[in-house]
Ligand binder design. Structure first.
Ligand code: ZN
Length: 329
């Protein structure tokens, strides 16, 4: 058999510079809003696990979602909670009234853990604890002590705090800022940093270290000639955790579904949480307009637009010539 494969690649110059621009007033831009979120959908408000108040525990040394883990030479992984540095033996309190489901240890966890059941399939997890102050089945009121903090295997003293919704597995971990109270200043940003002729777009999102509430990055590709939407992508932090948590090795791959995630280093002394996202293998040919939005857990969207040019590779079909059929018509 003889295979004759033809492959054409349209390679020419990227026409037009990348234009960074924001949406006009009245669109999804929402830089100046500020409101206090009181316990997500629940009432009364949750409190934070260290202070026991509605003022966020700061600093925080890891956001929910993709990160470079300081304790492992800044290797990429996917984080199911918030890391709150605090000296060993700090008293940790119930973020909401609940029933103790796990008190100190559990086969699923390699470390000390307290898990509270708040009803409505909502759970909170206190990990790396040194000691539990409660027993299984005990009712605890909001703000009551439940554990003493410890440190992770890397020796870093902190509380790893999670909220899980809809079930108790890792796949159910959501961004705790859905429920923990804070003043949402909508201070996250997004910029389109590159549009590549290979049909890929780089965007950069950031959030201040005191407001780690980004949950979704969306991308829309329109062909400029027709204004037709030719591709749409969504990177949803919680959804990615739900989809791929059955296999943590898969979740810890930074490039899934043609979306490559590159977090910057972030520690308790960082001012900004920054993540570069590369959406690749996008559809579209010729001049395109890109709209990218960063959406926080309370659906506040901040968007940016830019235009550039795509040169999608064109593959001609493979022509198969079989000796047995070569002489037949
Ligand atoms: Zn952690």
């Amino acid at each position: 058999m003889i295979f004759i494969g033809l492959r054409l690649c349209c390679c020419s110059l990227l026409i037009g510079a990348v234009l960074l621009s924001s949406l006009p007033a009245g669109s999804m831009m929402s830089e100046s809003r500020e409101h206090t979120i009181e316990g997500g959908n629940q009432s009364p408000s949750f409190v934070w696990p260290i202070s026991g108040t509605t003022t966020p525990d700061l600093p925080q040394s890891s956001a929910y979602g993709p990160r470079l883990q300081a304790g492992r030479q800044f290797a990429y992984d996917y984080h199911q909670g918030l890391d709150l540095p605090t000296p060993i033996s700090t008293t940790l309190v119930a973020v909401m009234t609940g029933t103790v489901r796990i008190a100190g240890s559990h086969p699923r966890y390699s470390d000390g853990v307290v898990q509270l059941d708040h009803g409505n399939d909502l759970y909170s997890n206190y990990l790396h604890i040194q000691a539990s102050l409660v027993i299984t089945g005990q009712l605890v009121g909001i703000g009551e002590p439940v554990a003493l903090s410890g440190s992770s295997a890397s020796g870093f003293p902190h509380l790893h705090f999670e909220i899980r919704q809809g079930g108790t597995s890792r796949a159910h971990a959501i961004n705790p800022l859905r429920y923990l109270p804070y003043t949402d200043t909508v201070s996250h940003t997004i910029s389109i940093t590159d549009i590549l002729p290979t049909n890929a777009v780089w965007v950069q999102v950031s959030a201040p270290a005191y407001e780690l509430d980004i949950n979704r990055v969306t991308l829309v590709v329109r062909e400029l000639a027709t204004n037709r939407v030719v591709d749409q992508r969504v990177l949803d932090y919680e959804e990615r955790n739900r989809m791929y948590n059955g296999d943590p090795d898969l979740l810890d791959i930074p490039d899934l579904d043609d979306i490559l995630i590159q977090p910057h280093r972030f520690t308790s002394s960082s001012d900004l949480y920054v993540v570069d996202v590369n959406f690749h293998d996008l559809a579209g040919v010729g001049p395109v307009e890109i709209e990218a939005c960063a959406v926080d857990v309370h659906e506040n969207a901040v968007c940016s637009r830019a235009s550039g040019t795509f040169y999608q590779r064109i593959y001609l079909p493979t022509i198969l010539v079989s000796p047995s059929s070569a002489g037949e018509l």
